[in-house]
Design a protein around this ligand. Structure first.
Ligand SMILES: Cc1cc2nc3c(=O)[nH]c(=O)nc-3n(C[C@H](O)[C@H](O)[C@H](O)COP(=O)(O)OP(=O)(O)OC[C@H]3O[C@@H](n4cnc5c(N)ncnc54)[C@H](O)[C@@H]3O)c2cc1C
Length: 398
């Protein structure tokens, strides 16, 4: 195991840093660094800028238009993006459905969908979870019945992230109910403009519209939108979930947020001195920073295993748990630092349509919203309790 960067890695880091300095628009950077909300236009704009450089498919092989970067190079890119404050490249197309299409799709599906994912012509969303089928995903009930050259889909998906903007949804659907529940599931690509689809918003704790319910009422889907074989969708779904957990630790962003936390804790006063000098608060920050440093080393360890072609395996579950715990703890300490200044809810400021918040402190104003939003991280991508089950079984062998 080698955790040091080579001189080539360091040269690569300088190259991506200089690219980001030249190409990241200042208004997008401002929004990201100040915890403001990103619109669809913001996300698409950044995706297309990176696409022009040919760097969207960082985990894709070159033959499909990817960069062919090593895991270390991908890690450096993600770290530099986090440090600079870029918007995310959304994972649903690039990191979730694309690897499934590459591995199990036919030639026509690869030729049609992959270039459109790279260019952001299609915005994808993920149709896995249903009411009653989240952790126990294989119990899903949305049905697809074959009628001639089409499937007729009926049922409901839920928690569909940014589905209100989506052109396409990849769905797990039940095509057979006779055997084991994992054996009757298929993987369908569905056009969100199809008649019979209804998208309803779910407004979250921070009063944002990020997730949705998606209803299917006799939706006709051409059979050529099936990935791989009918009733083999569970295999493809599990393959995708392995990709979903890539970079879930988000160490780069956590490091940036640690710097932000210290800055606001220096600005806030307690008993006439900066809050960061308060022994109790400083101890909390130090303890969290130690957790973050340990997480970073664990990420590098997992990447070094990946580099040796062993693949991340169940270690990804450790990264998911620790990464989300650190992210949530950061938002908790930020809110603790700003106290009542974090309370006002100011959507115009959050969305960037007003330059200054109604509250006295522009740094503090988005922090309650940020704190509430980040409760999601220990639930999505497989809840942390489920990750603990995976560690118990796959790593500890219990
Ligand atoms: C913000 C957000 C965005 C999401 N985006 C998407 C999306 O785009 N597409 C999509 O398909 N899904 C999405 N999800 C859904 C997400 O994958 C599920 O919420 C998650 O899998 C948990 O399922 P559930 O909500 O049904 O909870 P449940 O499975 O009902 O779990 C409830 C509680 O019980 C615990 N639990 C359940 N089973 C076990 C067990 N065996 N052992 C120990 N504890 C257990 C869970 O950890 C949890 O605390 C999103 C969720 C959120 C919150």
């Amino acid at each position: 195991m080698d955790l040091t960067y080579t001189t080539d890695d360091e040269a690569f880091r300088l190259m991506v840093r200089s690219y980001l300095e030249q190409h990241l628009p200042a208004d997008l950077q401002h929004k990201v660094l100040n915890h403001k909300r990103l619109s669809k236009d913001d996300l698409v704009r950044w995706h297309r800028i990176v696409a022009q450089q040919g760097w969207v498919g960082t985990g894709w092989p070159v033959e499909f238009g990817g960069t062919g970067w090593s895991p270390v190079q991908r890690h450096i890119w993600e770290e530099e993006c986090a440090h600079a404050g870029t918007p995310p490249i959304l994972p649903f197309g690039v990191n979730m459905v694309a690897p499934v299409i590459m591995a199990f799709g036919n030639a026509a599906q690869k030729a049609h969908y992959l270039p459109r994912i790279l260019s952001c012509e299609d915005w994808w969303c993920q149709g896995y979870s249903e009411p009653g089928s989240g952790s126990d995903l294989a119990s899903l009930k949305t049905r697809a019945e074959r009628q001639g050259d089409n499937y007729i889909v009926n049922g409901q998906k839920t928690w569909t992230t940014l589905g209100q903007h989506a052109d396409m949804i990849f769905c797990l659907v039940r095509t057979d109910s006779s055997g084991r529940k994992q054996e009757g599931i298929s993987f369908l690509l569905i056009d969100m403009k199809s008649p019979g689809i209804t998208v309803r918003p779910i407004i979250t704790l921070d009063e944002d519209h990020e997730v949705n319910e998606v209803f299917f009422d006799n939706v006709s889907v051409p059979v050529h939108n099936l990935i791989g074989e009918e009733n083999k969708g569970w295999t493809y779904a599990k393959y995708l979930l392995g990709h979903e957990r890539t970079n879930i630790a988000a160490v780069g962003r956590a490091k940036r947020e640690m710097v932000f936390l210290k800055r606001i804790a220096l600005d806030q006063q307690k008993n006439g001195a900066p809050l960061l000098d308060d022994a109790v608060f400083a101890a909390k920050v130090a303890s969290l920073e130690i957790e973050l440093m340990a997480l970073e080393v664990t990420v590098l360890r997992v990447i070094s295993l990946d580099n040796a072609k062993r693949g991340p395996g169940p270690e990804a579950s450790m990264l998911k748990i620790k990464g989300t715990e650190v992210q949530q703890a950061l938002t908790e300490l930020m809110l603790e630092a700003v106290g009542p200044y974090g309370l006002p809810f100011d959507p115009a400021f959050l969305e960037g349509s007003s330059e200054h918040s109604l509250a006295e402190d522009d740094d503090a104003a988005p922090l309650a919203s940020y704190y509430f939003n980040y409760r999601k991280t220990s639930i999505y991508g497989g809840s942390n309790e489920i990750q603990k089950n995976i560690i118990t079984q796959m790593i500890l062998g219990l």
